[in-house]
Design a protein around this ligand. Structure first.
Ligand code: PBG
Length: 322
């Protein structure tokens, strides 16, 4: 038996472990999602996501100040409009809910980066991510509306726009639309590999975006497919994406790793609502140490290769990471 090398030597003290740690997790790596609703003083708890609230604009601003003070560099905004309709008009209205929130945040906390989720599902009365023709979400007419939405968000002051709809060709169209509007400096974070996942359930409660019929499998990716995820990523980069996202995170860490190795742009992973809810629920029952599980999970997503993690845990993690 060769005991010349004893791996335990470097694990003996916290200091030694700190010196040889291969993966760093810091508030810098986190993005905090926020749900903005119309009204004043609104603070609706999302039942399936303990600790997450729908907030009206002034509550969003207060939250952003806290997020900034914790050292988290960015938030991603989702809007729930006062009215939903067939074409998601609220998404690209210049006085829309997200547009108002962006202006208020940029005024109050200018250093905080504001990313906006560009999608129609929160704004359509049928809950799909685009306009319906027949029984299907029509790709190209949807892309036109997504361009209007992205331009409108950027005009309101969004630092980054993040299309999450999974229509074909939307990144290129949004890039052209931003450039035509003189917004050449606004980057696109594309949800490049977004899978049709069971882990979005709690989010759909928070964003009030459950599809009224059918599901999203004709546009979101089929979970078994890794090669296709790489194709989606390369396509989005060709079309001008500045950063790419994989979503969800936990069941797709192999995809995060493969994307990390295939491209040299920043890679984000979305630690989605169902992943958050599972840990919160198990911790509430006393079945798991919630804080330890959270940090282990976020570290794992970083180790898989994500530069950025969008996560509802951002504030709690930042507090512990200090
Ligand atoms: C679509 C969108 C979804 C999420 C982010 N953007 C949900 C969906 O496709 O239904 C899910 C995020 C989460 O589960 O935390 N606009």
């Amino acid at each position: 038996m060769n005991l010349t090398f004893r791996p335990r030597r470097l694990r003996r003290t916290p200091t030694l472990r700190r010196m040889v740690r291969e993966t760093r997790l810091a508030p810098d790596h986190l993005v905090y999602p926020l749900f903005v609703v119309p009204g004043q003083g609104v603070r609706n708890p999302v039942e399936s996501m303990p600790g997450v609230f729908q907030l009206s604009v002034e509550g969003i601003v207060a939250e952003c100040k806290e997020v900034h003070a914790l050292g988290i560099p960015a938030v991603i905004l989702f809007g729930i409009p006062e009215h939903k309709d067939a074409t998601g008009t609220g998404a690209y209205a210049d006085d829309g809910i997200v547009q108002r929130a962006v202006r208020a945040i940029k005024q109050a906390v200018p250093e905080l980066a504001v990313i906006t989720d560009v999608c129609l599902c929160e704004y359509t009365d049928h809950g799909h991510c685009g306009v319906i023709e027949g029984n299907d979400v029509a790709n190209d007419p949807t892309v036109e509306l997504l361009v209007k939405e992205a331009v409108s968000h950027a005009r309101a002051g969004a630092d980054v726009v993040a299309p999450s709809d999974m229509m074909d060709g939307r990144v290129g169209a949004i890039r052209a639309g931003l450039d035509d509007a003189g917004l050449t400096q606004v980057p696109i974070l594309s949800y490049a590999a977004k899978f049709a996942s069971a882990f979005y359930g709690p989010f759909r409660d928070a964003a009030e975006s459950v599809p009224k019929f059918g599901d999203r499998r004709s546009y979101q990716m089929d979970p078994p497919n890794l090669r296709e995820a790489l194709r989606e990523v390369l396509l989005d980069l060709d079309e001008g994406a500045d950063m790419v996202m994989v979503k969800p995170a936990i069941p797709y860490l192999d995809v995060v790793r493969a994307v990390r190795e295939a491209v040299d742009v920043p890679v984000a992973a979305y630690n989605v609502s169902g992943e958050y809810a599972m840990i919160r629920a198990a911790a509430a029952k006393g079945w798991i140490d919630g804080d330890a599980a959270m940090l282990e999970l976020l570290t794992g997503i970083r180790r898989a290769g994500a530069d950025l993690i969008v996560t509802y845990f951002a504030k709690d993690a930042a507090r512990l990471l200090g």
